[in-house]
Design a protein around this ligand. Structure first.
Ligand code: LLP
Length: 424
């Protein structure tokens, strides 16, 4: 039987008419576990990580998986076992990653709004670095650390004012964004940090956005950051690590982001040329490690052909897959078994009572009620952004490893969704 891979997703392929993930028929998983169901390929995740590891071979580098992309415990465990550190953005993520076996010393803490309680929790745990985003945060962290008799390791997130050329909601490195310290303020902020006794300056970081599909924003951002490193070190403040953030895009629909190893070959050449090749490097990839490793299976409930639009109502919704509603994001949607015959044009929508509850528009498919479809590229920012809107329990998740299937999250029941509520 010939296998027909889906572009950019070597682990998902039609064998004959039937869609497989690794060696498992997706239809079997839908039958066994119900829908909506997230299914992930272990080899795809480790393969994506390997591209970064190849890129950094022979370098002092730490890959800190940005766990907001997909924070399910088993996935964190997989990356922890593969040697990853983690980029976290809340005390909740800290607890989660520790529960999954993450090493405290390899954790970096990003985000513009860390609370004092979160700072204490992270200092108690002994995380590797706080990525500080404002001068006000520096002062609070200094105070919290001193009160605990500790020194907080810090890096300052600089805003290089570079256009990541991506969706405005996920672009973070421009002046108008809430993230990071402005380029012009950076040196003064480092001088201030170096003078605070509760802080220990260890690095510098930036993150310019997400779903970046071009090389140039990275190269520009690196130049801008290294200009700052020059200035900061000239002022006598030594930076042990340089963190270039995450943001590398994936192929959702014919997108052509650079491969991680190719991109890093270019970036490392620049780093060497500017004399910083010996520094500890850090990166914070999220989407590119997990995005194309996952699919979401959803069953066709009803077909509702109409005068202007044909609607196909499926059992997954914007609470499971929020990206189309939030960013008008495109996810490919394919059938688990190919049926001969004519296709029609369908809008795939969920059961939620909002017009924004759509998963795909104007898709040519040959559909019948009861069919199961796979929403592709659903490994990143889907389950981790899922909600209980309309009192819909969150979906179940399975991880496939060759021909083995690990159930990694049970489907949430309605009772689970109101467990912490109280009647008057
Ligand atoms: N580091 C920091 C400081 C970040 O804010 C982010 C993502 C990352 C790393 C990881 O970026 P990645 O490699 O995944 O692009 N929900 C949106 C994406 C939001 C990204 C937020 N920050 C989406 O579904 O497209």
């Amino acid at each position: 039987m010939t296998a027909q891979n889906l572009p950019g997703r070597p682990h998902i392929a039609y064998r004959g008419d039937t869609l497989y993930i690794e060696n498992v028929r997706l239809a079997d998983l839908a039958r066994a576990h119900g829908t909506p169901l997230f299914v992930y390929s272990k080899s795809a995740m480790l393969g994506a990580l390997a591209a970064y590891q190849r890129g950094f071979a022979g370098r002092k580098a730490q890959i800190c998986y940005a766990m907001k992309a997909n924070s399910s415990l088993a996935i964190l465990q997989l990356f922890a076992r593969a040697g990853c550190g983690f980029d976290i953005v809340s005390g909740g993520e800290l607890e989660r990653v520790l529960a999954a076996g993450g090493e405290p010393g390899k954790i970096i803490f990003s985000g513009v709004g860390k609370t004092r309680a979160e700072m204490r929790q992270a200092l108690e745990t002994g995380i590797g670095c706080f990525n500080v985003e404002s001068e006000a945060e520096l002062d609070v962290l200094d105070e919290v650390a001193r009160a605990m008799g500790k020194r907080a390791p810090v890096s300052i997130r600089v805003n290089p004012n570079v256009d990541a050329k991506t969706h405005p909601y996920i672009s973070t490195g421009l002046k108008g964004n809430k993230f990071g310290i402005a380029h012009e303020r950076t040196l003064a902020t480092y001088q201030r940090a170096a003078a605070l006794p509760g802080l220990q300056v260890v690095g510098i970081d930036c993150h310019i956005g997400s779903q970046i599909t071009q090389e140039s924003p990275y190269l520009d951002a690196m130049d801008r950051v290294l200009d700052l490193v020059d200035a900061i070190e000239a002022a006598g403040i030594r930076l042990h690590h340089i963190d270039f953030g995450g943001g590398l895009g994936i192929d959702y629909n014919g997108d052509t982001p650079p491969a991680a190893d190719a991109l890093w070959a270019r970036l490392l050449a620049k780093l060497d040329a500017r004399g910083y090749g010996d520094r500890q490097l850090m990166i914070e990839p999220g989407r590119s490690l997990v995005g194309n490793a996952g699919v979401c299976l959803t069953e066709v409930l009803y077909l509702k052909p109409g005068e202007q639009k044909n609607f196909c109502i499926v059992d997954a919704a914007m609470n499971d897959l929020p990206r189309p509603a939030m960013y008008e994001a495109y996810h490919q949607i394919v059938p688990l078994s190919v049926r001969a015959g004519n296709t029609s044009i369908w809008d795939l929508v969920g059961p939620i009572c909002e017009s924004g509850d759509w998963l795909g528009r104007d898709r040519a498919l040959n559909l019948q009620p009861g069919d199961v479809l796979a929403v592709l590229s659903a490994g990143a920012y889907c389950m981790s952004m899922a909600s209980n809107y309309n009192t819909r329990g969150r979906a179940a998740e399975v991880l496939v490893d060759g021909d083995q299937v690990h159930m990694i999250r049970q489907r949430e029941s309605a009772a689970d969704t109101f467990r912490h509520e109280k009647l008057l």
